[in-house]
Design a binder for this molecule. Structure first.
Ligand SMILES: [Zn+2]
Length: 467
């Protein structure tokens, strides 16, 4: 099924190629309060050059289009009025993201008479989410070595299977299509979540986030290649985009805490972004996200009461790594993480929490970062937290296996092969969350930290020109 449609964007930029301003690109076509005019078409063709254009290099371009078959492929096509003097053609493209790398992808494309065509197969690279903006330009080199660069063009990916409506608040735009109340309810949740992050953690969103609320998680999964079958949503932190499947009947019970939870991940991910391979322990990320949901749910309270009564908490150190995706164990890990983070925040305050996140972002190990900020390592934290709950000290082996940032796999965007990616991979640092429960009464939005392997798209993948 194809997407795109209705929102063809052709932006001509006179600035340098792919200027970065750090802000998310606005989606044309979503500007109104509501937008219900997507016309399903098989393939979107973005006509950029319908007339011959002559750039400074003197080479006339008669056609420069991108055919978008979202989420599967984008085919870029270039036609020149006269190619007799052309030595080399390169396509340069990237998708706007706020990650560490801004390198775009340059692909040498063979010229066939006056035409050049190249297809970005997202089926191989993974796709960016709806709402992400693609930018491209062609670099045409003549036999004298003069380079003509076409003006930068852009296209925002749209999932046009649905008639999206949009509501917005400062720094948030939320798109949905099912259930009249769903958008406003979840927007309120997002605003409340951001307020709480600001008021209680002192952490603010630095650029606009977009939420796409699908009516069912299956609809959402169809927009993302290589997403886990059980996923109910996915947070593309580098794109500032969150997709969640929220059936209207559980918008209040499951959608609200899940939006707050995922938004917290995104905001904290932005605040604590590390470009040097730093990471955060899972108990910290999940604890902060559950904290951001607001008042703890009954199931969290029950988990905590039971674990306190039975003295059955897990060692905090064991919560450094990924939690299991499903089941009671995972639920308890989230509840315990919430309790630990609540203790840190309420005992030592938000400035320390911020410092911890920023220290970890510098690549400091978990124990070292805690030591630097609070004066205890993970084990010391556990004892202090247990004491706050009136639990006895736990016997901790004197030489625990240190779990540091370095020993946890992190996403390392460098060192990718200098070729078009061929392995299935998602287009983002994307954390998937579990699908909503089938009943309305079970727990909150549990997200699983399984990160898709990062490869990607416009990311750090610079193909050298062939001589
Ligand atoms: Zn989570």
């Amino acid at each position: 099924m194809a997407a795109g449609g209705g929102t063809a964007v052709a932006k001509v930029s006179s600035r340098g190629f792919f200027p970065r301003n750090g802000n998310a690109e606005r989606i044309r076509g979503y500007e109104g309060k509501t937008l219900k005019k997507f016309i399903p078409i098989a393939i979107l063709v973005i006509f950029v050059w319908a007339w011959p254009a002559r750039a400074q290099g003197g080479i006339a371009v008669t056609r420069n289009v991108a055919q978008v078959d979202f989420p599967r492929s984008v085919t870029f096509q270039l036609e020149l009025a006269d190619a007799s003097d052309v030595a080399e053609v390169n396509l340069v493209y990237e998708v706007d993201r706020s990650g560490c790398l801004t390198a775009n992808t340059a692909v040498p494309v063979e010229l066939n008479n006056t035409q050049a065509e190249w297809t970005w197969e997202m089926v191989r690279s993974g796709n960016p989410p709806p709402g992400a903006t693609l930018r491209w330009a062609w670099q045409i080199t003549d036999r004298q070595g003069n380079v003509t660069t076409t003006d930068e063009q852009s296209h925002t990916f749209v999932d046009d299977r649905f008639s999206w409506q949009t509501v917005s608040a400062p720094n948030i735009r939320l798109h949905w299509y099912e259930g009249d109340d769903v958008g406003p309810i979840l927007l309120d949740a997002a605003v409340a979540g951001l307020d709480q992050l600001q008021n209680e953690m002192g952490i603010t969103l630095d650029s606009e986030v977009q939420l796409f609320i699908y009516g069912e998680s299956t609809d959402m999964r169809d927009a993302v290649l290589y997403i886990q079958e059980w996923a109910g949503g996915v947070a593309f932190s580098d794109y500032n985009i969150i997709l969640i499947g929220v059936p209207p009947r559980i918008a209040e019970s499951w959608g609200v805490p899940t939006v707050r939870h995922e938004l917290a991940h995104l905001v904290i991910g932005q605040f604590g972004r590390s470009c040097v391979g730093g990471s955060r322990p899972t108990w910290l990320d999940e604890g902060l996200a559950v904290y951001a949901e607001g008042e703890p749910s009954e199931s969290i309270q029950a988990d905590l009461a039971s674990a306190i009564e039975n003295n059955s908490f897990e060692p905090v150190r064991s919560l450094n790594g990924a939690f299991s995706a499903h089941g009671t164990e995972a639920g308890i890990a989230y509840s315990q993480s919430y309790s630990v983070v609540k203790f840190l925040l309420e005992t030592y305050g938000q400035a320390h929490m911020q410092e911890l996140i920023l220290t970890l972002a510098q690549g400091t190990g978990y124990d070292e970062a805690l030591e630097a900020v609070y004066g205890f390592n993970v084990d010391g934290l556990e004892q202090a937290w247990r004491q706050s709950l009136d639990l006895p000290r736990r016997e901790i082996p004197p030489t625990p296996t240190a779990v540091s940032a370095q020993s946890i796999p992190t996403i390392e965007p460098f060192g990718l092969p200098e070729s078009v990616p061929t392995e299935p991979a998602a287009a983002a640092t994307a954390a998937a969350m579990a699908a909503p429960p089938s009943t309305t009464d079970s727990g909150s939005g549990i997200c699983n930290l399984t990160a898709f392997p990062l490869l990607l798209v416009g990311l750090g993948l610079v193909l050298r020109r062939r001589k």
